[in-house]
Every structure is written in C-alpha cells, then in structure tokens.
Design a protein around this ligand. Structure first.
Ligand code: GLU
Length: 859
C-alpha cells in the first residue's frame, strides 16, 4: 500500500531538495552572532531559491589572534565558502591571509585603515581615509579656525590624523587631546580643561559607548550649551539617546551611513531581541557593524544565486585544511562578482572598487535639534561634495525655553541705508560705535529691554541670503546664521517661506510690499487745442446735441404758442396775417447767442418759450462757469505724463528696462509667482541678466541716469524718494510682507525677541525710529515737503450730467405749456367759428407742422 506512494514522492522530494552552502562567522560579540543567524534564517525562507545557507559561527576574542586563526581553520574544515569577521584590527590580517591562500571570500565589516587589500577580501565599512576627507570639508564648511580634537585611543588617533591637513593647508589651529579617564574614572578632567581653555569647537572621535559617557559628563561640566559646537565622528551616533541634550541649544553635528530608526533597520528588531534572548520590550537600536553584516550576508547570498546552473559545481566545496595545499577554485570568481555588483542594502548603495574598498556611498549629516537628530545634508563619496538642505529638518513644536538675559549675541547686518550705515565722522570709532541706522537702533532697544549684549558684524558681500537650488546651499547672512557664525541677522531681511525653512524669524518689525521706483512724471508741453481740455469729448458731443434739440424745441414752441404770432404792422389794428419771430434760423441764433453769452435781439413772448429760454440760460450759466473754472485749472497745473502707471503697463512695453536686486526676495517674488504679468516680468529679467543690480544704490543710480525702472521694496523706495527728488514710486504694492530678525532654527530666544518687537510697535517706538531715519537724518524730507499738485482732469458727463437733466426736464415742461396754450387758443376760436374743437385742433396742428409757412392768416 505504501510502496506506490513512496515511488511517487521520492522523485518529487529529490526535485525540490535545496542545496546548502555553509558560511562562516568569526565574532567576538553576541550581537553579531545573532545578526548572522537572523539574516541567514530570513534568507532561507525565500521559496524561489534553490539553496539554503547554513550559518557556522566561531566565537573569538578581540585581541586573541591565535584563537581567530584556529576558528578560521575550523570553519574551513567544515567546508564554508565564505568567512565574515572578525571585527578586529589585530586578527583580521591573519584571517585575510588564510582566506587568500585557500581562495575563500572574506567579507569584513569593521573599519580598516590599510590601503592595500588581499585579493579575496571586500570590506563593507567605508575607508576611514574617505570619511576623514569628508570631515575636513565639514570643518571648513563650519569655518572653524580653531578646534580641539578629542580622541579615544590609537585607532582613533589614526582615524583623525588626516584632519591635521586642516592645520597644514588651511591654518586651522588644532589641539589634540586624549579622552583619558581621571582618578574618578570619568572624562571630567579633560572636559574641565577644555572649558577653562575657552575653546568652543570640538571634534569627538570615540566609540559610541564612550561618546554617550563623554556627552553626559560634558553636560555636567557645562560644555553642552549653545556656546559649543561639536562634530562627532562615530557613525553610530544614531543609536544614542540624546534627549538630555536636545534642548540645551548645543550645536552638535554627526554623520551616519544609515538611520537606525528607519524601518529598513527596525524590522529586524524583534528577531534580534529574540536571538539575543532579550525581553521584547527592550530598547535596541541597530549599530553600523550589525547593519553591515546583514548587508554583507545578503550580498553574498545574491551573488551565489547569480551563478544559477553552475551551482552544482559550486556545491562541490569540501573541507579544506589550513595546512594542506588544496584550495577552493571558485573563490576569486565570487569575490570578483561581488566587486562588480551594485546592491541596495540597509546602509545604502553598496559598490566596491577593484581593490574591494567601498565606493559611491552616501554619508548623511545630522544635527541635534529639539526634535532629535535631523538630517541636514549629504555627502556622496564619489562626488566629494557636501550638500546641505535644511528644509528637510523636522519642524519642532515645543516652546522655546531660554533667556537672552546677559547673553552676548553676534548680530550680523549689511550696510544698506537706512537700516545700517557707517557713521559719518572723522573720529576713529571701534566696535558697535561704528554703525548707526534703523536696525542698529532696533537692536539697541531690544538689548535694553531684554538685557543682552551684542556685537555687530558686517556681511561683506551685502547678501541677505538665497538658496542655491542645485546645491541646496545658502549664502549671505542666512548662511552665517546656519553655520553659527552669527546669532542674529537684522537688515532689510524679508521673511520668506524658503528662509523660514532654514532659520527662525521674529515677528516682523516693519511691513512693506514690492513697488516700482521710476523717474517722476514729466510735464507735457501745452497743446494747440488745449481749450477743449476742460470738457471730455462726450460732454462736447452732448453739448452740441442739447444745443440743436433746444433750438428745435423753441422753434416748435414758438409755432405752438399763440402769443408768439404777432402783428407785423402794429399800426394796422386788424392785420390780415401774423408772423412768428422763432423761425428755425432765429431759434438757432437765439440759443447760440445765449450759449456764447452774447444774447440776441429776439425776446420770447409766451410763457412756454420764456420757460424754455430760462432753463437754457441756466444750463448755459452752469456749463460756462464749469468750463471757465476747469480751463483755469488746465492753464495753471502742469499736466504730467508717466510712460506707465503700474506693473502691468511696465511689463507690456519694452522701451524701459527694469530689474531688481540680485538674489533678493524681490527677484524671487517674480521667479516664484504664477500670475501672468509677474511671470512676464521674470521672463524679461532672466533673459536680460544685465538689468539686475547688486545693491539698492546701483538700482537708484540706474533709475536716475538711464531709462530704467527699479523694482524694490516700498520702505526703501520711501527712503530714496525723500532724498532723490527726481524719483517717485509708480503704482501700488504688489504684495505684503515684512522684515524680521533671523536666528538659528529652533532658537530659544525667538519668543522673547518677538514679544519685545511687539512692545516696541505698541509703544510707537518703531514709528519714532522710522521717522528719525526716514525723515530726519541724512537729508530726510529734502523732497517730501512739497505738496503734490492736484492734476487737472477734463469734466466728464458724470460731473455735469445733472445740468443736462435739468435742461431736459425744463424743456419738456415748456413744451407741455406750449401745447396747453395752443389748445386753449383753439378752444376759444372754435367757440366763435362754430366748428368742433377737434377739427379746429387738427387744422391748427397741420398748420404748425407745415414748417414752410412762416405767416398765419387771421380769420
Ligand atoms: N529685502 C530683500 C531680501 O531680503 C532685499 C531687497 C530686495 O530684494 O528688494 O532679500
């Protein structure tokens, strides 16, 4: 019964039997051993693999070379095809020699300063020489002129030796000090000595365990304050709990190859705790050596997997004896394949050069902030260039706690009038006395309120600070703040979102917007037809229409009103016919005579024609007075013309060039705007770099001397137009923003400074200072006193529409009156002539509308 089943299952089980490769580990540390097992177990769960790994480990001690050699020989006898470890500078060369001899790949994960490698070895740890190159750049970047290098032991001294280049080539003063334990088994002795030496820049090279102790003791002796700047070289800085120091304000910069809190690393946490036999809730963070070992085993596994069909041959590994001559034929092939591979591991991209040194890896720069360690930059070993991008710093919400009282701040500013200027004096001045200006006074006021001291320094290139979007590096004052060379930056420094990512700002101490500085409008020469200017074209047209209509209305009314038909021969008592003075020609003459204020011999007789004439004369009176008054304004006021009235018009023309300050927030406003007008402005400015200026003075000079408009901030325009009388602001403000005081990200002083600024604002002190520096000092109010003359503008229909309306209503009333007069007359006549009223009225109207009949026959 079981036999057929056996026959059926046997080939199946043979087909799915996976081969086994034995890999060996020489470890002096339990964590490494556990990691080796964890990763092997994980890889063996891969259902698609045709082989399994068998982890064979041998415990060695750090310094016992003999045991290490013994362990390696034991592993070879067991038939391993690769050896990992040991992490010891001392025994590693012996193992390398054995592996070379037996052609067994040897994967190292510890730092090794040798510059030559045996053929069978690859090291996943970056070479210390390459890391030192990066540290040199970092120190230069920080602009340190002096520093203390604290090293732990001989290895550490070896690692930091290349930093002496900083002294040889860049003149950095370096003091080397060993982290020696004093009688109380602490580092406080060394740290106290540093404290009394007044050195503030420290580079710490020690193991991560020592680093934790050193930082704690540094805090105890008062070395963990914002006065001190640390660079820690341990790539394991991420495993330390730095919560005790994150609010101290200390400037601590570290480097790492990977973030131990990243899920790539934390996913092994449970398995590792289990393998180490630690309780599940224990705090454990992966160190670099563990991460490198995990990466190494995975890399080895993937490399073997690539051999596919030839695997059966590879499986022919046998036990090798250290003393025999037999070796494994495939060792070099595997090592060379590993060297040619590109692999993405926990520690980033893993690639090797021909010698088996890791290349093309990325080191991240981390800074201690109140939110913990934050990545602020990167350094790629193959590019060799440090890129800092502070916008990636995590935002911290907790309130700042520290008092500016009795602190001394270095305040950086630019020499931009009227914010900060050199005093104009023949006396020899030093220190803060050399400067004056609005911002200098603001800092003086703040220091009096908050009790801090300050020293002004000047940003030599006058740059406020902009971000290079390729290298993510800041320049100008913002850079100085980031690098810690200044504590506060004050100037015409606009608060922008990009800057706010890199530094902190106080509340704005001044509000402003972008506008245009251009030459004042010039008077136009009087024109030949200036007499037409008081009325707009529509008023002239309406005046003509009113003249014609009123003349015609008077003509009609004249014919309608019986009293307007008069006896041509007064001596003849019963005339045969009557005549009417308001012929069409006379009507036109009568109204024009009134309009020209000359009158005519015609005198209206009937009530209706008199009413109409009255309204016409009233209309004429108002129109003529308005004309005369406005003409006087046109004759006395100069008409000024501006080639453009706002940014839209400026953007639409190309005769006048326009630009802004290079690398200033004004330029970036246009660069980042989505509005079509501003986009057009930016297009023009970027196509014509020559229109950009390096400072406001150059911009103002160009406006005065060339056909050039300068886009600048309204506060500075106000200052300039007070002193340069030929210049004026054109148009309104394009945006709304403010100047603030910048300081390091998460600075604990921000709240105090902001509150003090608000108080200065509320008390009116800031307004007083503005009046002082804008209107009083250094030629203020030179041009500002002359009141701008009102411009004369033509009267439009909306100005005189009312009088037209009165005329219209009056004429209608008069017309109605004349109709009534005519009807009464007809009524009386029909009574005497025995005809009906309707017939008489029809006859009368027919006669009236027969305009050619100038005489009326008396019946
Ligand atoms: N306030 C500007 C800035 O902070 C400089 C002047 C300007 O761009 O107009 O960059």
């Amino acid at each position: 019964m079981l036999l057929p089943l056996l026959f059926y299952c046997l080939p199946l089980s043979l087909a799915y039997q996976r081969g086994e490769y034995r890999i060996g580990g020489l470890f002096h540390d339990r964590t490494q051993e556990a990691a080796f097992q964890v990763i092997t177990d994980e890889l063996n769960t891969n259902p698609n693999s045709s082989f399994d790994l068998v982890a064979d480990t041998f415990g060695v001690s750090y310094s016992d070379t003999f045991v290490a050699r013994l362990g390696a020989c034991r592993l070879l006898e067991n038939g391993v095809i690769g050896i990992f470890g040991p992490s010891s500078q001392h025994s590693s060369p012996y193992i390398q020699a054995i592996c070379d001899h037996k052609e067994i790949p040897h994967l190292e994960t510890h730092w090794d300063d040798k510059i030559e490698r045996n053929k069978c070895v690859v090291n996943l740890h970056p070479h210390p020489g390459v890391i030192a190159r990066f540290l040199v750049q970092l120190v230069q970047r920080f602009g340190w002129e002096r520093m203390v290098v604290l090293f732990e032991d001989d290895d550490s001294l070896l690692r930091t030796a290349p930093l002496l280049d900083l002294n040889i080539y860049h003149g950095v003063n370096i003091i080397l000090r060993q982290l020696e334990l004093d009688e109380s088994q602490s580092y406080r002795g060394v740290l106290n000595a540093i404290k009394s030496s007044e050195e503030t820049n420290l580079l710490l090279d020690c193991s991560v365990e020592t680093l934790g102790k050193v930082l704690k003791q540094a805090q105890q002796v008062g070395l963990m304050t914002d006065r001190y700047r640390y660079i820690v070289t341990s790539l394991d800085v991420g495993v330390l709990d730095l919560t005790d120091f994150q609010y101290s304000g200390v400037n601590l910069t570290g480097i790492w190859l990977f973030d131990p809190s990243h899920p790539k690393a934390t996913k092994y946490e449970d398995a590792m705790l289990d393998a180490l036999g630690l309780p599940a809730e224990s705090l454990w963070k992966m160190k670099l050596s563990t991460a490198l070992l995990l990466d190494g085993v995975r890399l080895f596994y993937e490399t073997i997997g690539e051999f596919g069909d030839t695997q059966s041959e590879l499986l022919s590994t046998q036990s090798l004896s250290c003393d025999g001559t037999k070796y494994w034929r495939f060792g070099y092939t595997i090592v060379n394949t590993i060297k040619a591979k590109k692999f993405q591991g926990i520690t980033g991209q893993i690639q090797f050069d021909n010698e088996g040194f890791r290349r093309n890896f990325v080191l991240e720069v981390v800074e201690l902030t109140p939110a913990g360690l934050s990545v602020v930059g990167q350094w790629n070993s193959s590019v060799g260039e440090l890129k800092v991008d502070r916008s990636r710093v995590r935002v911290h919400q907790e309130p700042a706690i520290a008092n500016p009282f009795n602190r001394t701040f270095t305040v950086i500013t630019t020499l931009t009038a009227p914010y900060a200027m050199l005093k104009e004096t023949t006396a020899q001045l030093t220190g803060n006395d050399r400067f004056e200006g609005f911002c200098v006074d603001v800092i003086q006021e703040l220091s009096a309120m908050l009790g801090f001291n300050y020293t002004f320094i000047i940003q030599a290139d006058g740059a406020n600070g902009d971000l290079n979007r390729i290298t993510y590096e800041w320049n100008g004052m913002i850079r100085e703040i980031i690098d810690g060379n200044a504590d506060l930056a004050i100037a015409d420094l606009t608060i922008t979102s990009e800057r706010e990512n890199a530094v902190d700002f106080t509340m704005p101490f001044m509000n402003l917007g972008i506008s245009v500085l251009y030459r004042k409008p010039e008077p136009v020469p009087p024109s030949l037809f200036m007499f037409t200017s008081p009325f707009s074209t529509s008023v002239w047209v309406m005046l003509g229409v009113a003249y014609l209509l009123v003349s015609f209305a008077i003509f009609i009314m004249g014919r309608l009103s019986p009293s307007e038909w008069t006896n041509p021969f007064p001596c003849v008592e019963e005339p045969e016919y009557l005549i009417n003075q308001f012929s069409i020609r006379n009507s036109l003459w009568f109204t024009i005579g009134a309009l020209m204020q000359q009158g005519s011999e015609l005198a209206p007789i009937s009530v209706s024609t008199r009413t109409a004439s009255g309204f016409w004369w009233f209309f004429v009176l108002i129109m003529v007075s308005s004309y005369t008054a406005n003409l006087a304004a046109f004759l006395t006021v100069e008409t000024l013309v501006t080639p453009f009235k706002n940014i839209d018009e400026l953007a639409r023309q190309d005769e006048i060039k326009y630009g802004a300050k290079k690398k200033g927030s004004t330029e970036y406003f246009f660069r980042d705007s989505n509005l079509s007008t501003y986009k057009r402005v930016w297009e023009f400015m970027s196509k014509h770099p020559e229109v950009q200026v390096s400072d406001n003075d150059e911009g103002v000079r160009r406006v005065e001397q060339e056909n050039y408009a300068y886009l600048m901030e309204s506060t500075t325009i106000e200052y300039v137009t007070q002193r340069h009388c030929s210049l004026a602001q054109v148009g309104g403000l394009l945006d709304d923003k403010g100047y603030g005081i910048a300081m390091k990200k998460f600075s604990p002083y921000r709240n105090d400074l902001s509150t003090a600024i608000l108080k200065l604002q509320e008390s009116g002190r800031l307004t007083q200072l503005k009046i002082k520096w804008w209107k009083e000092k250094r030629g203020g109010s030179t041009c500002g006193t002359k009141k701008e003359e009102a411009e004369a503008t033509a009267l439009d229909l909306k100005n005189v529409g009312g009088v037209f309306l009165v005329l219209f209503v009056g004429s209608m009333v008069a017309l109605a009156g004349s109709l009534i007069e005519s009807a009464v007359f007809v009524y009386r006549r029909c009574k005497t002539s025995n005809t009906t009223f309707g017939e008489e009225l029809k006859k009368e109207f027919r006669f009236i509308l027969h305009f050619k009949r100038q005489v009326k026959v008396v019946k």
